[in-house]
Design a protein around this ligand. Structure first.
Ligand code: ZN
Length: 329
């Protein structure tokens, strides 16, 4: 295991502190809502109890789409982090703060993805209930032979496995039912219908990956984003340019040298970079090893409505096509 450099260690410590503070804040929010319900004695909370629609904000665009499928036509889920932005590095504005503080529910991915945003939410002082979409999911362990990441932080990229997104749907459904009991039957039906679509997406991805020769099912990623995807669909993770589940760290020369050696040894065909990240280091690695660079994965954000991936399911299909195309040769 690589020793943590001071900055990494500081980041890991900050993340743990944030997680603790976050848990406390979540508990306090739930207590606050429970207190309101107890006083009102009506068993319904939020604006929906007064006949208005719930005000719901989701941190990421893919999360807003998943939540909208559960909400159906009862209300519109707004997105906090704009399409094309990196959620690992998102710094909220005062306007974002106001929107979040005014919401009934704020849905986050959890697992440590929302760093500065969590701090903002801790200080926001609103009455929003936080919904952790990934609650109950366990962080993965590296596959045998997969390079260690040098930190013990949770891998938050659960959403890149549609099977795990079924847990997101259940958590979101339960939060909507609690905040708006009048819509319970609708949320149940919508969640069931969307879960079926996730099963169909899972089967579709499997059928696509089956067209890649087994020896080519090897992933080199810009950062450690596709562990759950690799585990679900039978890829091995050869390595990552940034040795972290986040995008904020810089690899050492030794780490880059180790990755180059691992690529040569494994015969990996391509390195995959998110569209919002700088592909320069991946391009250097590719030039040294002769592999292909795919630099337009959309795994952290949807596109605008008129783009190639306006929904979560579109996003997963787009990325799977890019991965499969690059590994088929
Ligand atoms: Zn990521």
């Amino acid at each position: 295991m690589t020793a943590l450099r001071p900055r990494q260690r500081e980041t890991a410590l900050r993340a743990r502190r944030r997680a603790s503070a976050w848990l406390l804040f979540s508990v306090l929010s739930v207590v606050a809502v429970a207190a309101v319900l107890g006083t009102a004695g009506c068993g319904a909370g939020g604006d929906a109890a007064d006949g208005g629609a719930l005000e719901v904000v989701a941190a990421e665009s893919f999360l807003a789409d998943i939540a909208q499928n559960v909400a159906g036509d009862r209300f519109t889920v707004r997105t906090l982090i704009p399409p094309g932005a990196d959620p690992h590095a998102f710094e909220p504005t005062p306007k974002d703060l106001g929107e979040v503080a005014a919401a009934d529910l704020v849905i986050v991915n959890g697992g440590g993805l929302e760093g500065p945003l969590l701090k903002m939410l801790e200080n926001a002082g609103g009455e929003a209930t936080i919904v952790d979409a990934s609650a109950g999911l366990q962080s993965r362990s590296p596959q045998p032979g997969e390079p260690p990441l040098g930190s013990s932080e949770t891998d938050p990229h659960f959403w890149l496995d549609p099977v795990l997104v079924k847990t997101y749907v259940a958590n979101i459904r339960d939060a909507f039912k609690k905040a708006d009991p009048a819509g319970a039957a609708a949320y149940e039906a919508n969640a069931a219908a969307y879960t079926k679509r996730l099963d169909e997406l899972n089967a579709w991805i499997k059928s696509q990956v089956a067209t890649v020769p087994a020896a080519n099912r090897k992933l080199v990623m810009n950062h450690a984003s596709h562990g759950y995807y690799a585990d679900e669909y039978g890829f091995s993770v050869v390595g990552t340019v940034i040795p972290s589940v986040g995008t904020g760290e810089t690899p050492t020369a030794k780490q880059l040298g180790d990755l180059t050696a691992a690529i040569r040894k494994s015969g990996a065909k391509a390195v995959f970079v998110e569209i919002e990240e700088n592909p320069k280091l991946a391009e250097q690695i590719a030039a040294e090893t002769g592999i292909t660079v795919v630099d337009d994965l959309l795994d952290h954000s949807l596109t605008e409505p008129d783009g190639v991936a306006p929904t979560y399911i579109d996003m997963m299909k787009f990325d799977t096509k890019r991965i499969v195309e690059a590994l088929q040769q």
